[in-house]
Design a protein around this ligand. Structure first.
Ligand SMILES: [Zn+2]
Length: 486
């Protein structure tokens, strides 16, 4: 190739580099808009306030705050807030998210800002994450990679005890579920009902704990009185089970039955389930058994004894399942849900029986005539009435997407564990409808600050200049060399 041609090629290359750098650099580099600061103010459990200061060469005319809870394996429900403010070249933006209707302590909130100025320039900040911590208490934390136990105003040995129970539960359940959680679980211990009720949207004295599988968080009430050790050995593994269940069955279309989720959670408790198993046998004998098909999408808030029966049947059916089909059968069933199969498909494909036949087998195991079990009239349960608030199925990986419009969005699906009235009784859990998380603390800082636009612009300019100079020098040298040699 001739020297001039080489030089021309190099010039074209230089032009291309300049073009690429100019037009592929981040949006920040092209606009006069830049973010001066970010801040959040935590007033747990009432509200979380997001703040930023933005400047531009032209008046800033539009601004939007976008935020959502971080979901460990489900899809996000995103909230967009179009902000009201006086246009100007430097504006202070702020939005207060009212979480008074219910929230999740420690939930990670992902958020970013979008701003437009009068010249039509747009700038989007980087995503930031803030934990909406329960700042009412001075928490102690004991953690490793898999587990974090949070407690307050109790001895260190208490936290250590909870941590050991959690470790044992994880060791058991990673076998049973044949999986490790993809995230560090957080176990929050509250010392009484009031501490818990203040942030929890759905409160009833019947509740003893609650799992938020999408956030990887469990919260449980552990009072200093009564059979505390026994309760810990039930509620901690129970809530952990909901986290595993949600992960190993998660699929956009999958809706594993509530009885399977709650049954497994009790099955995974350390305490004996004999009392619950006997309750199911008694219900079968008296003709009160609730059909499993009625326990698929929640247990509802019926009267307490009805709910208790639902939990008892759930652990009974799961015990039958594991005794009959083994851990492998259980794993196959969970995997079928993970593949997106419905219950109608999952039971035959994993266990070789339709749900109806499975249920008849279970009835036989309870001492009934399995053949008669399928007769619908015999098993109609007219008194089983769904609660006014619709229950979200199971471990609820589905997180109910709600109300993007007004900022109270984000409704994580959760699982509640009713407290057992009788020591040694089985812990029960219900799925709880939409819960709305609340605001973070005043000192919370975003952990991912956006890169200032000015910095990116300067960086781009330096790169462009450097590239051009280098290519021109190289071209000149090559040209010179080739002239000399020719
Ligand atoms: Zn439960």
């Amino acid at each position: 190739m001739e020297p001039m041609k080489i030089y021309r090629h190099l010039l074209i290359l230089a032009a291309m580099v300049v073009y690429l750098i100019l037009f592929s650099s981040p949006a920040q580099a092209q606009t006069g808009i830049s973010f001066e600061s970010f801040e959040t103010e935590n007033d747990f459990p009432r509200s979380l306030t997001f703040k930023t200061v933005v400047t531009s060469d032209a008046d800033i005319v539009n601004a939007t705050l976008v935020f959502h809870l971080r979901n460990e394996f489900s899809s996000n429900s995103i909230t967009r807030i179009d902000l009201d403010f006086e246009p100007g070249r430097r504006v202070e933006l702020s939005h207060t998210w009212d979480t008074g209707a219910g929230t999740i302590p420690g939930a990670a909130i992902i958020h970013y800002w979008e701003v437009t100025d009068a010249d039509g320039h747009q700038l989007r900040s980087h995503e930031m994450t803030v934990r909406y911590e329960d700042t009412r208490f001075d928490w102690q934390v004991r953690e490793n990679e898999a587990i974090a136990v949070w407690w307050h105003d109790r001895r260190e040995s208490f936290g250590e005890n909870v941590f050991e129970i959690a470790q044992q539960a994880v060791a058991d359940q990673r076998q049973r579920f044949q999986a490790d959680l993809d995230f560090q679980m957080r176990i929050m211990i509250y010392n009484n009902f009031d501490e818990f009720a203040e942030w929890n949207g759905v409160t009833s004295e019947f509740i003893g704990g609650q799992a938020f599988p999408n956030q990887g968080i469990t919260a449980q009430i552990v009072s200093a009185y009564g059979s505390q050790e026994q309760w810990l050995n039930d509620v901690v593994p129970h809530e952990i089970s909901h986290l595993y269940f949600a992960q190993v069955t998660f699929h956009r279309r999958s809706e594993p039955p509530t009885w399977l989720n709650e049954g497994l959670a009790q099955f995974n408790e350390f305490g004996s389930q004999d009392r619950a198993l006997q309750t199911a046998v008694n219900a079968a004998e008296s003709g009160d058994l609730i059909s499993l098909s009625l326990l698929e999408t929640g247990f509802g808030y019926f009267n307490e004894s009805r709910t208790r029966l639902a939990y008892a049947e759930a652990v009974s059916a799961v015990t039958y399942l594991v005794e009959t089909y083994g851990d492998d059968g259980l794993a196959a069933l969970l995997a079928a849900y993970r593949e997106g199969q419905t219950t109608k498909e999952a039971f035959p494909s994993a266990l070789g029986v339709a749900l109806g036949d499975f249920e008849a087998g279970w009835a036989g195991w309870l001492g009934l005539d399995a053949a008669a079990y399928a007769t619908p009239t015999r098993w109609a349960l007219p008194t089983f009435r769904p609660s006014p608030t619709p229950f979200v199925p199971g471990a609820s990986s589905t997180g109910t997407p709600t109300s993007p419009a007004n900022g109270t969005a984000v409704s994580p699906t959760t699982t509640i564990t009713p407290k057992t009235a009788v020591p040694g009784g089985t812990a029960v859990a219900q799925t709880n409808p939409a819960n709305t998380p609340r605001p973070p603390s005043p000192t919370a800082q975003p952990d991912l600050p956006a890169i200032p636009a000015a910095f990116l612009t300067v960086l781009s300019a330096i790169l462009v200049l450097g590239c051009c100079v280098a290519i021109l020098i190289l071209g000149g040298v090559l040209w010179g060399l080739s002239r000399r040699s020719s």
